[in-house]
Write a protein that binds this ligand. Structure first.
Ligand code: GLA
Length: 720
């Protein structure tokens, strides 16, 4: 491992350091002393200062009050293990194999233009050992966000390695107060469940230890008791990382709160040899006075416009069909073509075959790893099928699960040491599969060559990339002990590299991110993917909740929603209701559509046609969560096009029973819209009703849908 540089953020966002040249706006200003900086966004400022004893302190993170000097130090910007160790450390290092204290002092700083956004980089150096720590803070004023990451470098030319036992992406402090924390937890089938808790003295840790999170590293902190969606202070953020991560919220006896986030270094460390460096993933943090809705708006706009993979970021997402719920593993050319024919009739644009198309895959006990077409199912390969689907006017897509292998596969029989394992220990399977050790270069090379051959040899325009097992037994016996300790970090590094390489080689292919549903939804994957499969739970009522919660941090154009025959609670919901629930994201169909009646096909055709009309607003507009299903028996979402000429409102009524539902009089009676041009006149489509933006926002519309499990999609467009 010579001069390894761990770099955990996408190359497409790589720093374009231009120390000279024109800097965009003045979002980073330097104080008269030359050693203090104010980072300014639309609504907050973040202030840092080098103290007389060369420490880097943060003085303020909150409301932007120009002219007000923030002289009260909240805490150190880069907390270290050392001295009294009274703070959650950003950095824990071991020098000479035994000195576990770090002492940092300010060394230098620079302000650069990083793809159009100013970035402050401050370098601190250890007072004795050859270690430098550079903190980068990129300011994104219009999103009210900062990106923070750290770069840790062994600056020596020779000598002992430095062991990094912990390197977080960043930290910040909040002044004394009582704060509530909201975050998203979850399990399979119930992703993104909102949780709320008071931060009391001690540390609350959110973390992932096995590469899978059905929740998110998204957090929102508010002064205790504040719950308003549209007003009030919120500090919020999320990590751009898909491996093990953690966020610590430490509330001190004195009342301050410190928030720290980054890679979860539990059971791992990185050895830096002379010249090596480690760059942490980005942590995105922000502040708004516009409530949780403000946080949702800022983070989702940022992800949509700055994070999603650049090649497809601005493309309208297609309507897709996926055969999993119709045919499971039992796929054949004839039956897929029958599905494709109906898919085409109703307006589908991409036809995707899910699991089951490859050699040995008759159930979930075999086949993962080989990635060759099953000649029993497709005697002439995939080409004739793809050609026929293309001739119908649809693109073709395929499911893969590259990171896994079934013990019953040619790959595993040939390379039993390519999985994670410890000698003399159980190799724990999950869904009959093991995880390949992608930290190995030969595994990387194998996956790259198999996947690129698949994409080169077949006209595939869509890949659904799945990941169905949690990490276990993370041993790498043929590596050195030092390398083995960093194996989880290397895995994610190579995973990102694999996605980035394939995307570069096959720029026309859409990539979907799936992990047993929403097991890996984060900005690290979003930076490489175009969208994600949010949940295997396609029950429309439960989806209403999961989708609403997802939209608290992420954009609708990255959220795939299918209409399927799944009926988790035997409620027999109507096709109409299911379509409406799935149309507030990226619409997909998963039914066995060959069984549909003429009326069902006609309804699907009309819904898909409507979706194609409204999707520019749904996919590229801003969203507002108007009525929460968590507080009501109703849910209302609104999307507003960027030019404010169109708004689309999705209204869902849920259960209405005396024992579990609010009586009619206590349900929302009006829907007040948001984000419109106040003076513009909007026509409610299908009616003669014209209302001004301000009337719609101040008084609203009468609640437009009656009855349990009924829904409606309302389009309003500027009349002039
Ligand atoms: C996972 C995915 C599903 C489907 C199956 C196929 O469970 O979440 O959508 O692709 O795998 O085996």
């Amino acid at each position: 491992m010579k001069n390894r540089h761990l770099n955990l953020w996408p190359t497409c966002l790589a720093i374009a350091a231009a120390t000279s040249g024109t800097l965009c706006g003045q979002s980073v200003t330097t104080g008269a002393d030359g050693h203090s900086w104010t980072l300014t966004t639309r609504s907050f400022s973040y202030q840092l200062q080098v103290t007389a004893d060369s420490l880097l302190q943060m003085n303020h993170f909150g409301r932007n009050e120009p002219g007000r000097p923030y002289t009260w130090p909240l805490g150190e910007e880069i907390t270290v293990r050392g001295g009294y160790s009274s703070r959650t450390p950003v950095l824990e290092a071991v020098f000479d194999g035994r000195v576990r204290d770090t002492e940092l002092a300010y060394d230098s700083h620079r302000i650069t233009d990083n793809n159009g956004y100013q970035t402050l980089s401050v370098t601190l150096k250890d007072k004795h050992y050859p270690l430098s720590v550079t903190e980068h803070i990129r300011v994104l004023p219009e999103y009210d966000l900062l990106e923070k990451w750290t770069e840790i470098r062994h600056t020596g030319r020779k000598g002992q390695p430095i062991e990094i036992e912990n390197a977080q992406s960043g930290t910040f402090f909040l002044p004394k107060n009582r704060y509530g924390l909201s975050h998203l937890s979850g399990i399979w089938g119930a992703e993104m469940q909102p949780q709320h808790t008071l931060l009391t003295q001690g540390t609350k840790t959110l973390q992932v230890k096995d590469f899978r999170s059905f929740g998110s590293s998204f957090f929102a902190i508010r002064p205790e008791g504040e719950q308003n969606e549209t007003a009030g202070e919120v500090w919020y953020g999320t990590l751009q990382y898909s491996g093990n991560w953690r966020t610590d919220f430490e509330k001190y006896p004195t009342g301050e709160v410190q928030v720290t986030a980054g890679i979860n270094f539990w059971d791992q460390s990185v050895f830096l040899k002379p010249g090596d460096s480690l760059i942490t993933p980005k942590w995105v943090i922000g502040y708004t006075r516009e409530g949780t809705g403000g946080a949702s708006h800022n983070l989702s706009a940022y992800t949509r416009e700055q994070v999603l993979h650049a090649s497809h970021r601005h493309k309208i997402r297609p309507v897709l069909y996926n055969s999993w719920y119709a045919t499971a593993f039992n796929v054949s050319e004839e039956q897929q073509l029958a599905l494709a024919k109906t898919a085409k009739e109703i307006g589908v644009e991409v036809f995707v075959i899910d699991d089951g198309w490859f050699k040995g895959r008759v159930n979930d006990q075999a086949g993962l790893g080989d990635w060759e077409v099953d000649r029993n199912k497709f005697p002439d390969g995939l080409k004739p099928l793809i050609e026929k689907i293309n001739a119908m006017g649809m693109d073709f897509g395929l499911w893969v699960e590259p990171e896994m292998v079934n013990p019953n596969s040619d790959l595993y029989r040939a390379h039993p040491d390519w999985v994670f394992y410890y000698p003399h220990r159980t190799r724990h399977t999950g869904r009959n599969q093991l995880m390949l050790n992608l930290a190995r270069e030969d595994v990387y090379e194998y996956l790259h060559s198999r996947l690129s051959a698949l994409l080169r040899d077949n006209n595939i325009r869509y890949i659904k990339w799945d990941m169905n097992k949690a990490l276990s037994d993370p041993g790498f016996p043929s590596a050195s002990v030092e390398e083995e300790r960093a194996v989880r970090i290397r895995y994610i590094e190579n995973l990102y590299r694999l996605w980035e390489t394939l995307r570069q080689e096959f720029p026309d292919v859409w990539f979907e991110n799936c992990a047993s549903g929403g097991g890996r939804i984060d900005l690290g994957m979003m930076a490489r993917a175009d969208f994600c499969w949010l949940s295997d739970n396609t029950d429309p009522v439960e989806r209403t909740f999961i989708q609403y919660a997802y939209l608290s941090a992420f954009p609708a154009n990255a959220m795939i929603c299918w209409v399927t025959q799944e009926d988790w609670h035997q409620q027999h919901h109507t096709l109409d209701f299911k379509f409406d629930v799935s149309m507030c994201g990226v619409l997909g169909i998963g039914y066995d559509i060959t069984r549909w009646s003429a009326q069902e096909k006609e309804l699907a055709r009309r819904k898909i046609a409507l979706y194609k009309e409204i999707r520019p607003t749904v996919q590229t507009g801003d969203h507002y969560r108007l009525v929460s299903p968590y507080d009501n028996n109703r849910s209302v979402l609104q999307f507003v096009s960027k030019d404010k000429r169109e708004t689309v409102v999705f209204v869902y009524n849920l259960a209405e029973y005396p024992n579990n539902a609010l009586p009619e009089t206590q349900r929302p009676q009006t829907v007040r819209l948001r984000g419109l041009a106040p003076d513009a006149r909007y026509r409610v489509e299908g009616t003669e009703q014209i209302l001004t933006g301000s009337a719609l926002m101040e008084y609203g519309m009468d609640f437009p849908v009656k009855g349990a499990f009924k829904s409606g999609i309302f389009r309003l467009r500027q009349a002039d």
